[in-house]
Design a protein around this ligand. Structure first.
Ligand SMILES: Cc1cc2nc3c(=O)[nH]c(=O)nc-3n(C[C@H](O)[C@H](O)[C@H](O)COP(=O)(O)OP(=O)(O)OC[C@H]3O[C@@H](n4cnc5c(N)ncnc54)[C@H](O)[C@@H]3O)c2cc1C
Length: 280
């Protein structure tokens, strides 16, 4: 387990908020923005959900004290959506209020498709009070192009990603090619949304999204390109040097296993990295 913890360090900034803030400072020095994520999902009790909410409040305060260029990202099952939806709503409201007070932004990550509608319903129900609350949509899902149109109509800020969860066949596209095509279609729709964020390490998707934004009259400061901590660091800097706004998703905390396994599953090079270092 100690070896795995060491290897997860490639994708995770450390155990504590202070570890994560150090990583954010280093990114900011290169002109790269960040979003902090306290790893964890599926709180099983109200106490766990409330502890996660407190951690997110602490993150917002620590970001403000440190003066770093950084938002936060969180998961609603971590805030209690699976055990007590009313508590999850209360937790998200407290966090959104604190973010507003501190002039920050909260991104609600998207989990597996069983949570899509519940996540969007909760986020939209608070969006009128908290415009600085955004969501994530996943190009792997068949419903997502329609969700993008809805987000544009409602003025919701969206991060578009491919989707990291294993999905039922009726909900999701089966092939990578279909997911990629849908990503490009959704990116074109989202060019009309406020500050669209394109989260991918895929150069073709980045290029297509940038073309759609340019065609919609957006400048490079009007949208964000986002990548994950530990993946393609040299590319972040190239994109930044080319004038793009780049934001890196910085996860931290001790509950890193599900996140780590998702990273291994989506790319065989990441497994090769694990195997190489494990045997070393
Ligand atoms: C900022 C951010 C936030 C996210 N938030 C969520 C979320 O809320 N919910 C969710 O379900 N998922 C989320 N994800 C994960 C996402 O859905 C994908 O699982 C993950 O990003 C992998 O897909 P990809 O778009 O990078 O492309 P992939 O299909 O994994 O890769 C496509 C191509 O990109 C290039 N590439 C990828 N990785 C590398 C690398 N390490 N080095 C060199 N080239 C590489 C290669 O050319 C590869 O063929 C997020 C991702 C990011 C970046």
């Amino acid at each position: 387990m100690r070896a795995l913890t060491f290897l997860a360090g490639r994708f995770v900034a450390g155990d504590t908020i202070d570890d994560a803030i150090s990583a954010v400072r280093a990114l900011n020095r290169d002109g790269i923005k960040a979003t902090l994520d306290n790893l964890g999902e599926d709180s099983r009790t109200n106490a766990q959900a409330c502890a996660a909410a407190e951690e997110n409040l602490a993150m917002l305060r620590r970001i403000a004290e440190a003066g770093v260029d950084c938002t936060i990202s969180l998961k609603l099952t971590q805030l209690g959506l699976a055990v007590d939806p009313a508590l999850a709503r209360e937790n998200l409201t407290r966090i959104a209020e604190e973010a507003r007070r501190l002039k920050n932004f909260v991104r609600v990550d998207m989990e597996g498709s069983a949570w899509t509608q519940k996540t969007l319903d909760l986020a939209y129900s608070l969006h009128g009070r908290f415009p600085d609350l955004g969501v994530v949509l996943q190009a792997c899902l068949r419903r997502t192009e329609a969700d993008c149109r809805d987000a544009v109509a409602k003025g919701m800020r969206v991060r578009l990603c491919k989707g990291a969860y294993k999905e039922p066949v009726d909900a999701a596209y089966a092939s990578k090619a279909e997911v990629n095509e849908n990503y490009d279609r959704c990116a074109a729709v989202l060019a009309a949304a406020p500050v669209p964020a394109f989260a991918t390490h895929d150069d073709e998707r980045i290029a297509a999204a940038a073309r759609s934004c340019a065609a919609a009259g957006l400048g490079k400061n009007d949208y964000e390109l986002q990548m994950l901590y530990g993946l393609r660091a040299e590319r972040w800097r190239q994109l930044r040097a080319a004038g793009h706004v780049v934001r890196v998703y910085v996860p931290y905390g001790t509950h890193w296993l599900p996140y780590f396994l998702r990273r291994l599953r989506e790319r065989k090079e990441n497994v090769a990295f694990l195997a190489r270092n494990f045997f070393r």
